[in-house]
Design a protein around this ligand. Sequence first.
Ligand SMILES: C[S@@+](CC[C@H](N)C(=O)[O-])C[C@H]1O[C@@H](n2cnc3c(N)ncnc32)[C@H](O)[C@@H]1O
Length: 277
Amino acid sequence: MIFKDFTFNFRSNLISFLKKKYYLSFLKRLFLLPYKYILSNLRNIFINKNIDKINFSNNDHNLNDYLKYFDCDKSSLVHGYNKFYELELEKLKDSNLDILEFGIHFGASQAAFSKYFNRSNIIGVDKNPYYKKFFSKNIRSLYCDVSDQNSLKLLKDYLGIEFDLIIDDASHIPKHQLKTFIEMFDVLKSKGLYVVEELDIFESYPENYNKNLDNNVSEIREILHHFKDKKDLNLDEITHNIQILSLAKKIEWVKIFRGDYFVNDRNVSEIAFIKKK
Ligand SMILES: C[S@@+](CC[C@H](N)C(=O)[O-])C[C@H]1O[C@@H](n2cnc3c(N)ncnc32)[C@H](O)[C@@H]1O
């Protein structure tokens, strides 16, 4: 993590805790964050993998090969999202893309995307951007708490560029997915793609993803399905949110696919691709 990104992460993380009035967490983070930063740089020297030094035997690998190599749950072994990403993005494989993904965990997807889209710059975003096992000169890691609109705004201001591909693979909580979409669709380039993963997992794990939903409905999922099904759509029927209504005018199409992962006999791998006009 470059020092400039650390200073942004430090500042926005502390502001987030202050705004939420988590004063104890604020004080803890004041000391913990520099420690985590130093530790993550030491881990890059001694433990983590520099993926720029991994040479695959030939250049003819598909996205799934890389996802499986880095043990990412987007691969055919878990959600099976690889085929949808390839369907929509294979033609851009060799382009110089700017990619932003919410949700880093240990950095598997950013590593796989970096190898597949091998001329791209990738930014991973997480409320804990220090827990990575992989690093590369083409991958940056930034802090954002997607439950907090202000944190999303700070991130947007800091980024200062537009993206060809934005992926939401963070909390999977419908309200967060909606906030992230409202804030970040703005910084998607014209003809860019915005992806939301696990659109309906909240139905299978309400205790994790649905705590604050009053009526068991995900507004963002309703809107995206509405868009997918109706060509001359009247969104006023399902939302009066002015921000969404104005964003909707910038959407060219929505495709929704279903991957392969089941929990308790229920498929939890719904994924949406949204193309900007
Ligand atoms: C499924 S993992 C991401 C996996 C990664 N995209 C991949 O495919 O390898 C979800 C990540 O979302 C992060 N997350 C959860 N809640 C969040 C929040 N409120 N804001 C930002 N990140 C959050 C977690 O820390 C976790 O690292």
